[in-house]
Design a protein around this ligand. Structure first.
Ligand SMILES: [Zn+2]
Length: 233
C-alpha cells in the first residue's frame, strides 16, 4: 500500500467526517432555533392585546348607551309625569328628548360597530392560536426527524473516527504533518486524485515525470500548482 494511497484513504474518511460534523452542527442550530414558534406566539399575543382593547371599547360604548338611556328616561318621566305644566318648559323637554334620542341612536350605532370589531378580534385570536398550535406540531415532527438523523450521524461519526484511528497507525508522522497542514490551508482537501494527467483538485496539467512520481509507492508527489499530495489511483 503506497503512502499516497494511505493518505488518500485518510482523506476520504476525513472528508466524510467533515460532512457529518458540518451536518451535525447544522442540526444543532436547527434544533435550537425557535424563531417560527416565537413569531407565532408574538402574533397570538398581539391578537389577544387587540381583542382586550376591543372589549374595553365595547364596554365603554355600552356604558355610554346606558347613561344616555337613563337621561332619556329621566326626561320622559319629567315630560309625562304631570308635574311640569308650563308650555315653554314642556317644549324644552320635548326638544331635549329629540336631541337625546338622536344622540342615543348614534351611540347605539357605535356600540354595534364595537361589537362587530370585537367579533373580528376574537376570530383573529382563534386563527392565530390555531396557527401557533400548527407551528408547534410541525416543529415537533421536525424535531423528531432531526433527532433521529442526529443519532444516526453521531454513530456514523463514531464509526469514521474508529476507521481514522486505524488508518493513522500505518501513516508516517512526517507525512501526516504535511497532510494535516494541507487540510488546514486547502479547504480540507489535502490529497488530489490524478485524472487524465491533471490534478483532480486544481485541474493543473502534470508533467510526465510528476505523473510518474505520483505512482511511487514510497515518495509523496505534490502538485506543482496547488501543492496538494497527488494520488495516481
Ligand atoms: Zn493541484
Amino acid at each position: 500500500m503506497s503512502s499516497a494511497f494511505k493518505l488518500f484513504r485518510l482523506q476520504q474518511v476525513d472528508s466524510q467526517l467533515d460532512q457529518v460534523r458540518s451536518r451535525l452542527a447544522e442540526i444543532g442550530r436547527l434544533l435550537a432555533d425557535d424563531e417560527v414558534v416565537k413569531q407565532a406566539q408574538a402574533a397570538l399575543q398581539e391578537a389577544q392585546t387587540a381583542m382586550e382593547a376591543a372589549q374595553k371599547e365595547l364596554v365603554r360604548a355600552e356604558e355610554e348607551v346606558k347613561s344616555l338611556q337613563a337621561k332619556l328616561k329621566e326626561n320622559q318621566d319629567t315630560l309625562y309625569g304631570g308635574k311640569v305644566r308650563n308650555p315653554k318648559e314642556l317644549q324644552d323637554l320635548q326638544l331635549e328628548a329629540e336631541s337625546l334620542t338622536r344622540h342615543l341612536r348614534s351611540l347605539e350605532d357605535t356600540q354595534l360597530e364595537k361589537m362587530v370589531a370585537l367579533e373580528e378580534r376574537q376570530s383573529a385570536v382563534r386563527d392565530t392560536a390555531e396557527a401557533l398550535e400548527g407551528t408547534r406540531a410541525q416543529r415537533a415532527v421536525e424535531h423528531r426527524a432531526l433527532g433521529s438523523e442526529q443519532n444516526k450521524l453521531a454513530s456514523e461519526a463514531e464509526r469514521l473516527e474508529e476507521e481514522r484511528s486505524a488508518d493513522l497507525s500505518s501513516i508516517a508522522k512526517e507525512e501526516l504533518k504535511i497532510y494535516e497542514g494541507l487540510r488546514t490551508t486547502k479547504g480540507g482537501l489535502a490529497v488530489a486524485k490524478v485524472q487524465n494527467k491533471t490534478c483532480g483538485a486544481c485541474g493543473a496539467e502534470l508533467s510526465a515525470s510528476l505523473a510518474q512520481a505520483a505512482r511511487s509507492p514510497s515518495e509523496l508527489a505534490r502538485c506543482d500548482n496547488c501543492k496538494r499530495i497527488l494520488y495516481a489511483g
